[in-house]
Write a protein that binds this ligand. Structure first.
Ligand code: DUC
Ligand code: ZN
Ligand code: ZN
Length: 509
């Protein structure tokens, strides 16, 4: 056997198995052998894992990079980025492909699925996709793919452009919003998208929150001067998510098409997803570390500091919601755990400070705080440390939700496992006895953001090496890969179950 790289003596984990004292042989960026005592190859690089865990590289299937707008802010003009260039990078408040993917590899993520985001005024999705290609090309440290966010599903887009998206561009998933004026679709429009998505084998991701409840509550909270950042949560109790989740599951059942409920935060929505799955509908669920590790007291910090943890759906008040999320991971309701990395700087007038430009000091108005948190670097280590090493989930479940399932769900055929034929995307952890636990501070991270919502949390391990297609890109705390090494990945259709051909009426599409 002829290898370029052999990783020796690891505890290799897949979504189904654990092998101790196991070697991995890699040739031309592909795993070609997995087993004990692989033969030595003259000239091959060798890494001794010293018995530590080796897991497949993380696949983060929900990452916002170079998105100039924030979903809840409707006064941001994206027309400024015309040729794949963000005009004022100095004042850009999020992560671009370089900083976001640098952060990803430093946290053991080897593939990100990011969003090509249409604005309501865009007539066509194709130029939007082309533009995101320009933003990402030669800028990425890890492999990347795109979902398309659809905010204006004209018949031209769903009938003529969706097929091109799948065939020409290798994009097999779309995300829809049920809330936010600048983004939201009405139920009728959601059905239009689902109708076409079903035909083409596209997976529809849905941000499920009831827009009218949010608007009504926000207005009435403002009348009572309840505008502190934590009232972002007050305006969106768990039923806001649960109602929309149930509604969109009904639409998906009518249309017999698979959907994924993204960033689920609360127990009631989790139950709707679980019930639908029990009825064998192709309904998939995603949750995120912020709903597993944080509670709403994070939004109560200081006069305004809680804005750092404002995201939608909100981090929940009640521990029972957090418990339901963990239970949903264990019992398979949640197929994937993504970061929903949607960051903006805290100390910047276009970042979280927007919330202070309205209303009264010192609290400002939560309605104007951009929604979203950074988390692409912390997702994999948080689940490994706070999930596996804390005994809450098995190593196999960790691999399933952070890598294998997102790869399958989104048609990333060569990603997400450690087996011959897969891309050699690996995380080698520290041998546990050699690792000194530490408490996270933002200066340890590699994003372009000035805070982390996970500040102070203890980590019991961290990726020692991140390897992408056989190349070490992160080693002992240093990003050693190059910007531009990351490749665009065309995706296949989902490998998980799709339509069932079960109908509610005699109507057929
Ligand atoms: N939805 C996301 O998916 N990300 C950030 C903000 C939001 O509402
Ligand atoms: Zn969303
Ligand atoms: Zn998101």
């Amino acid at each position: 056997m002829d290898f370029d790289l052999v990783v020796r003596n690891g505890t290799v984990v897949t979504a189904s198995d654990i092998w101790e004292s196991c070697d991995i042989g890699i040739k031309d960026g592909i795993i070609v052998a997995v087993g004990p005592r692989l033969p030595a190859t003259a000239g091959a690089q060798e890494i001794d894992a010293e018995g530590a865990f080796i897991t497949p590289g993380g696949v983060d299937s929900h990452v916002h990079l170079s998105q100039v707008h924030n979903a809840n802010i409707d006064d941001v003009d994206r027309s400024a980025i015309t040729d794949g260039v963000i005009p004022d990078r100095e004042n850009y408040v999020g992560d671009t492909y370089d900083t976001g993917t640098r952060s990803a590899v430093a946290g053991g993520t080897t593939t990100v699925v990011t969003f090509a985001s249409q604005m309501k005024t865009d007539e066509s999705i194709i130029p939007v996709i082309e533009n995101y290609h320009k933003l990402a090309k030669d800028q990425s440290y890890c492999d990347y793919a795109f979902h398309a966010i659809i905010t204006n599903p004209t018949s031209q887009i769903v009938e003529d452009e969706f097929p091109r998206m799948v065939e020409e561009y290798g994009i097999t998933s779309v995300k829809l919003y049920m809330t936010y004026k600048p983004m939201r679709l009405l139920d009728y429009q959601i059905l239009d998208v689902m109708y076409s998505a079903r035909k083409l084998g596209i997976t529809t991701m849905v941000h499920a929150e009831n827009a009218d409840i949010i608007d009504w509550m926000t207005q009435h909270l403002e009348q009572k001067l309840m505008t502190h950042p934590h009232h972002h949560g007050t305006s969106r109790p768990p039923i806001v998510e649960a109602e929309a989740t149930n509604r969109v599951i009904c639409l998906a059942e009518l249309m017999d098409t698979p959907i994924l409920l993204v960033h689920i935060s609360g127990g009631p929505a989790t139950k709707h997803i679980r019930d639908a799955q029990t009825r064998l509908l192709p309904i998939y669920g995603e949750t995120c570390p912020q709903y597993m590790f944080l509670l709403a007291d994070s939004m109560r910090k200081g006069d305004f500091e809680g804005a750092k943890c404002v995201c939608s759906p909100p981090i929940r008040e009640d521990k029972s919601d957090q418990d339901a999320i963990w239970a949903g991971i264990k019992n398979g309701t949640f197929n994937v755990v993504s970061s929903d990395h949607a960051p903006c700087k805290y100390n910047h007038p276009n970042g979280k400070q927007r919330g202070l430009q309205h209303g009264n000091l010192p609290y400002g108005k939560f309605r104007f705080i951009p929604n979203g948190l950074p988390g692409v670097e912390t997702r994999v280590p948080l689940l490994f440390s706070g999930g596996v090493l804390s005994g809450r989930i098995s190593p196999q479940k960790f691999v399933e939700v952070t890598s294998t399932n997102p790869a399958k769900l989104y048609g990333l055929k060569k990603k997400g496992s450690i087996a011959p034929g897969f891309d050699a995307d690996l995380v080698i952890w520290y041998p546990q006895a050699k690792f000194q636990p530490f408490n996270l501070t933002n200066d340890m991270l590699h994003h372009a953001i000035d805070y982390t919502p996970f500040e102070g949390i203890e980590f019991k391990n961290w990726p020692r090496y991140t390897i992408i297609r056989g190349k070490v890109v992160f080693s002992h705390g240093e990003v050693v890969g190059e910007m531009g090494y990351g490749q665009f990945i065309r995706r296949e259709k989902s490998l998980l179950p799709g339509p069932r051909d079960v109908w509610l009426t005699e109507w057929r599409p």
